[in-house]
Design a protein around this ligand. Structure first.
Ligand SMILES: [Zn+2]
Ligand SMILES: [Zn+2]
Length: 268
């Protein structure tokens, strides 16, 4: 039994994550052009036509940019809640009806044998969600675009062996940076994005619950640096007595390139 997890793009310029498990292939978000998503999938040996479902977290353009074209070209089923569909269809009217699948936030559903749990997250979109996936003994989750640590989403991702977790910015860099004050307030706000220190704090509690691998994701181009996100998280883990690379694998998701693939296996 194996689970494959691989961010294809990550950051405010576009997000898409490939997850394969139990013969099911899923994309979480399609925030890059269809052509680039197809190209990055090809790099890991996957044809876009083999994708069973696209799951959308929320309607911001860095999560849905390629969706219209992918739907029209390949007729792939797309799962989102009602609020997110409202947001998507405002901007993108050409999505064929046969592609539309709607779920209720908080209610599990299945794609093939994979259990999908969509959970609410604090972010400034219509009805944003994260996802956790379970198949036999394997569990992973995607949680980005999080304004703050909250029990609801922490509870939903607790016990996952692997997680794609937001490490959006360094608070100092935002405060000192060139962004206008309304944008700074948005990023730092309770419905904005998760900073490096909070990401580390969340991860510390997840490691105790059995998380063995994390992709630090959705890094800001202007308010973060890959090594800063990595060091902040690793220092917190080391201070708590964990050995990075042994107790937990820490990977920074790449902005424009396919990240190092993670394969989890369990017996059976
Ligand atoms: Zn967003
Ligand atoms: Zn985003």
């Amino acid at each position: 039994m194996r689970l494959t997890l691989c961010p294809l793009f990550s950051g405010s310029s576009g997000n898409s994550i490939y997850i394969a498990c139990g013969g099911v292939r899923i994309l979480v978000d399609a925030g890059m052009s269809a052509a680039r998503i197809e190209a990055h999938l090809r790099e890991i040996g996957v044809d876009i036509r083999e994708i069973d479902a696209i799951l959308i977290t929320h309607e911001h353009v860095d999560h849905v940019r390629g969706l219209g074209v992918l739907c029209r070209k390949y007729g792939l089923p797309v799962y989102a809640n009602e609020g997110t569909w409202d947001g998507i269809l405002l901007r993108e009217s050409g999505i064929p009806l046969r592609c539309v699948r709607t779920f209720y936030t908080g209610e599990d559903f299945y794609i093939g044998g994979v259990n999908v749990h969509p959970f609410p997250i604090p972010h400034d979109a219509n009805e944003p969600v994260g996802y956790s996936f379970a198949f036999k003994g394997l569990r992973c989750a995607v949680a980005t675009d999080l304004g703050q640590i909250q029990d609801t989403w922490m509870h939903a991702v607790t016990g996952c062996q692997a997680i794609v977790l937001e490490a959006n910015h360094d608070v100092e860099m935002v405060n000192r940076g060139p962004y206008p004050s309304h944008l700074k307030r948005r990023i730092l706000g309770k419905k904005g994005h998760l900073n490096n220190a909070d990401c580390a704090r969340a991860l510390l509690s997840l490691v105790k619950s059995g998380t063995q691998a994390v992709f630090l994701s959705h890094l800001s181009q202007d308010n973060n640096l890959p090594e800063l996100a990595y060091n902040t998280v690793c220092e917190a883990l080391c201070d708590a007595g964990y050995v990075v690379g042994e107790d937990i694998r820490v990977t920074v998701s790449r902005r424009d390139r396919v990240s190092d693939m993670l394969v989890l296996e369990c017996g059976e």
